[in-house]
Design a protein around this ligand. Structure first.
Ligand SMILES: Cc1ncc(COP(=O)(O)O)c(C=O)c1O
Length: 470
């Protein structure tokens, strides 16, 4: 037989790959034998492979530091973890083990910061970059942190009024480090021209001169920008970066304490086995472009900060489902019904048409065919029918014989944003429960261990929220 799923993968991609290989027709995700976890916990479950987080952080640090050396760039690189991509304690604490700074987005993030401090995971020197359009509760919490002696909290001004809040509420003896976010221009294909976040590029200099310069309580230390479409090798990214660095240079000439450029998040991750993105090239171009513009303006180069979310946690995550049955709804379309819902477990597939890396866990020696994947809710959009590299989904055929193993499938690199968007626990569409969550990590002896972070959500937890149980 040369039309097995294994044949299909070998004909289409370079395979095996660093994080995926097959052993005895069962898929291995990094060092994890997924079938063993299925046997132990049962599907559906979410999986976090924690070691991937450290390796991503170290990979980015190495790439930026190598590029800094190669370009003889006079500035340092700092990796910040953007908590909004996954707030779970075991994720944030894992990132901290690898020497990251933290980026926050909302008032409640500051409660996380306080807990991390209580648990001695951070100290008052830890760099905390506070982004977002801020509510009063958020600016108040930021001010409290600074008043409590956290020395490296950087409120990043999203608008001019925010600054007034800090002027009123911060009582630090030392000057407070602040940043300004520059509203970036988006690609012409986007729904609007300019981001709603940040201050207009052309207003920044005047705002600095009028409001910040000469105020001994504050020092402008950082300029920040973030492009919604991410860090891509296209004209829009390079022209935006160029504009921001030019503004940095103009400001630096009148604001000598300015020393950091924060280029936000936006590194892509692998959503297909065909993924091909030259991270090293991009990092090198970023560093050399910044240096070029600074040199032209005769200005010292800034320290570089990034705030990678997807890149940090995305590739550590997976969701594993069983195929409950197949349904032939006409002569051409076969539906495979999963034992959960795409809408409730992978909301990006439904909300923004995101594709994730989909692979079967077993039956790699079986014939494949084209299928549609369906979720358990009654919503007509609870489906998944195309992949990043092809407008179709191919999976092994199901065997109907009694006693044969069900087909198990995995959506990989799902670790960023999905729980934050779906809401963890709570009420779900058609009351489909949040699945179990299994964490895999190396213990002190270097042995891979798995543990259950959360059980499947119970009906009682939903009935309580709905007011049936008090
Ligand atoms: C200010 C800021 N920084 C970082 C990020 C993280 O982006 P990503 O997950 O694409 O790396 C975002 C995402 O929305 C953001 O708004």
């Amino acid at each position: 037989m040369n039309n097995t799923y294994t044949d299909l993968v070998h004909q289409t991609f370079d395979f095996p790959q660093q994080d995926f290989h097959v052993k005895d027709n069962y898929l291995q995700f990094n060092d994890v034998d997924v079938k063993r976890l299925i046997d132990k916990y049962g599907t559906p479950f979410k999986l976090t492979y924690l070691p991937k987080i450290g390796s991503q952080i170290n990979k980015a640090k190495k790439m930026f530091n190598d590029a800094i050396k190669r370009n003889k760039y006079d500035g340092k690189y700092y990796y910040c973890y953007c908590t909004k991509s996954s707030h779970f304690s075991f994720i944030v604490e894992e990132t901290l083990k690898h020497g990251v700074h933290i980026e926050t987005s909302f008032a409640y993030d500051i409660e996380i910061i306080k807990q991390l401090y209580k648990r001695r995971k951070i100290n008052k020197e830890t760099v905390i970059i506070c982004n977002g359009f801020k509510t009063k509760a958020y600016t108040r919490n930021i001010a409290r942190l600074i008043n409590d002696g956290f020395k490296n909290v950087y409120p990043i001004l999203d608008n001019k009024n925010e600054f007034e809040d800090y002027k009123r509420s911060i009582r630090s003896k030392d000057p407070v480090k602040i940043g300004i976010r520059i509203a970036s221009e988006e690609e012409p294909t986007f729904d609007f021209y300019t981001s709603r976040l940040g201050i207009r590029n052309r207003d920044v200099l005047e705002f600095y001169v009028d409001k910040i310069k000469g105020n001994d309580k504050f020092q402008l230390k950082m300029l920040h920008f973030f492009m919604n479409k991410g860090i891509k090798d296209d004209i829009y990214y390079w022209s935006e970066l160029n504009k921001v660095v030019n503004l940095y240079c103009q400001l630096k000439k009148i604001c000598p304490e300015l020393e950091g450029l924060n280029i936000g998040g936006g590194f892509p991750i692998k959503h297909s086995l065909a993924f091909d993105y030259d991270y090293n090239y991009m990092v090198n171009e970023i560093i050399s472009n910044i240096k070029k513009v600074c040199k032209k303006n005769k200005v010292d180069t800034p320290d570089i900060y990034t705030e990678f979310g997807s890149f940090t946690v995305g590739e550590s995550g997976a969701v594993i489902y069983s195929i409950l049955d197949d349904k032939m709804q006409n002569d051409r379309e076969t539906w495979y019904m999963i034992d959960s819902s795409f809408i409730t477990t992978l909301p990006d597939t439904w909300g923004i048409g995101e594709k994730f890396l989909l692979l079967p866990i077993n039956k790699w020696d079986k014939e494949y065919h084209e299928v549609h994947l369906g979720g358990l809710t009654c919503d007509s959009h609870d489906f998944y029918t195309s992949e990043e590299h092809i407008n179709a989904v191919f999976l092994p055929k199901i065997e109907k014989e009694k006693g044969s193993e069900p087909l198990y499938i995995g959506f990989f690199h799902t670790g960023a944003y999905q729980d934050q968007l779906a809401g963890y626990g709570g009420i779900k569409h058609c009351m489909i429960p949040s699945p179990k969550h299994v964490v895999v990590e190396y213990n002190k002896e270097g042995v891979l261990e798995d543990w259950l972070y959360a059980k499947e959500q119970s009906p009682q937890s939903m009935l309580k929220i709905l007011g049936y149980i008090r």
